[in-house]
Design a protein around this ligand. Structure first.
Ligand code: SAM
Ligand code: DTB
Ligand code: SF4
Length: 358
């Protein structure tokens, strides 16, 4: 019988719980072994983020500096002109980034609107630069997803952010299920999905692992999983939350590496609160991508020259560009996941959190 190569690992909560609660060094060893089985070369991908439309967002995500509902000091701006975006993209490429991620503070985008046409125009030009092109624009329908893919987007970032149970405590203007629907549209259009979450939203370890259970059950798997540590923003409901403990952060990186072995695991927001040593352990545990450059969307990131020094000191190398990044393939013997029926309802009522009945 031919070997079935597309069987994807999927982990349930009990697996993840057992893995997470190993002694710290056993967990690191386990994650390292999985990492070495799937990745070579001690490589780290450098990704540049650019906020192409900042602030004034209609949504009420309790952690976000860009929600119009909170007074955070972030001013609402218009969509950046293509020429300005191109300047920043060229600078990112010149500084060694192989992925350019553009974020917009919108609830979502719609075909036929001027702003969506402008974004497509920007994507068409950025995609000629030989970097992976990632966008994060909020909710997408199937047509929007198709047009983004055609314009040259390689990956769509849409995080589930936390467990399905905790999500309504953090956001009321859209649902966890809405997030999954957008992810399905992005995958159906053939884009890779970048999907992860934030630690530090007042969730329990159980919530973190439930979030990972949902992501680990995606079929196909995400191409990358960004793990953000909350950067508490004054003026937001979570502005006084405590910074995430480094060991808990590294444990999540390790479990993510084990649960989704072929995904890039990206150290995302919150690296300014992690020591160089903690970041080194995170790389050891399987992180192989970072946001690189002095700014995230609105918040601070470590300085680019400090990151380069750390990478060099650890004997890591910056990953070469792969602009033709193929979307991860689906496991052919089980249904796609997340899954929705023709009416946009979760396709299964068996209780699977991601809607696929698994
Ligand atoms: N509006 C789009 C959306 O919600 O998907 C895209 C932009 S949104 C800022 C992208 C992600 O950034 C969020 O899903 C969240 O994971 C992360 N993020 C936003 N604010 C953050 C903060 N203060 N600390 C850590 N991560 C944050
Ligand atoms: C992701 O998971 N993290 C990035 C990216 N995807 C778009 C955004 C981090 C934002 C941090 C807060 C800020 O800069 O406002
Ligand atoms: Fe808007 Fe995204 Fe911020 Fe939520 S996370 S308020 S959707 S920009």
């Amino acid at each position: 019988m031919p070997e079935r190569t597309k069987k994807l690992l999927r982990m349930n909560y009990a697996d993840l719980h057992r893995i997470y609660h190993q002694p710290f060094f056993d967990l690191l060893k386990h994650a390292r072994a999985v990492h070495e089985e799937h990745w070579t070369g001690n490589e780290v991908q450098l990704c540049t983020l650019l906020s192409i439309k900042t602030g004034g967002c209609s949504e009420d995500c309790g952690y976000c500096a860009q929600s119009a509902r909170y007074t955070t000091g972030v001013q609402a701006e218009r969509l950046m002109a293509k020429e300005q975006v191109m300047e920043r993209a060229l600078a990112a490429r010149a500084s060694g980034s192989t992925r350019f991620c553009m974020g917009a503070a919108w609830k979502g985008v719609r075909v036929g609107t001027q702003k969506f046409d402008q974004v497509l125009d920007i994507v068409r030009d950025v995609s000629k630069l030989g970097m992976e092109v990632c966008v994060t624009l909020g909710e997408l329908g199937s047509e929007e997803a198709k047009q983004l893919k055609e314009a040259g987007v390689t990956a769509y970032n849409h995080n589930v952010d936390t467990s399905p149970e905790h999500y309504p405590n953090i956001v009321s203007t859209h649902t966890f299920e809405d997030r999954l629907r957008t992810i399905r549209h992005a995958q159906d259009a053939g884009m890779s999905v970048c999907c992860g979450g934030i630690l530090g939203l007042g969730e329990t370890i159980e919530d973190r692992l439930k979030m990972l259970e949902v992501i680990s059950n995606f079929n196909p798997h995400p191409e990358s999983v960004p793990i953000n540590a909350l950067m508490p923003i004054k003026g937001t409901p979570l502005g006084d939350n405590e910074v995430v403990d480094s060991f808990a952060f590294i444990r999540m990186i390790a479990v993510t590496r084990i649960a989704i072995p072929r995904a890039k695991v990206r150290l995302s927001a919150g690296r300014t609160n992690l020591s160089r040593e903690a970041q080194a352990l995170a790389f050891f545990a399987g992180a192989n991508s970072i946001f690189y450059g002095d700014k995230l969307l609105t918040a601070a990131n470590p300085r680019a020259n400090e990151d380069l020094r750390l990478i060099q000191q650890l004997g890591l190398t910056a990953q070469a560009p792969n602009p033709v990044l193929e979307a991860p393939e689906a496991d052919e013997v089980r249904p796609l996941c997340p899954a929705f029926d023709a009416k946009g309802q979760p396709a299964d009522e068996s209780g699977c959190l991601a809607g696929c009945g698994g």
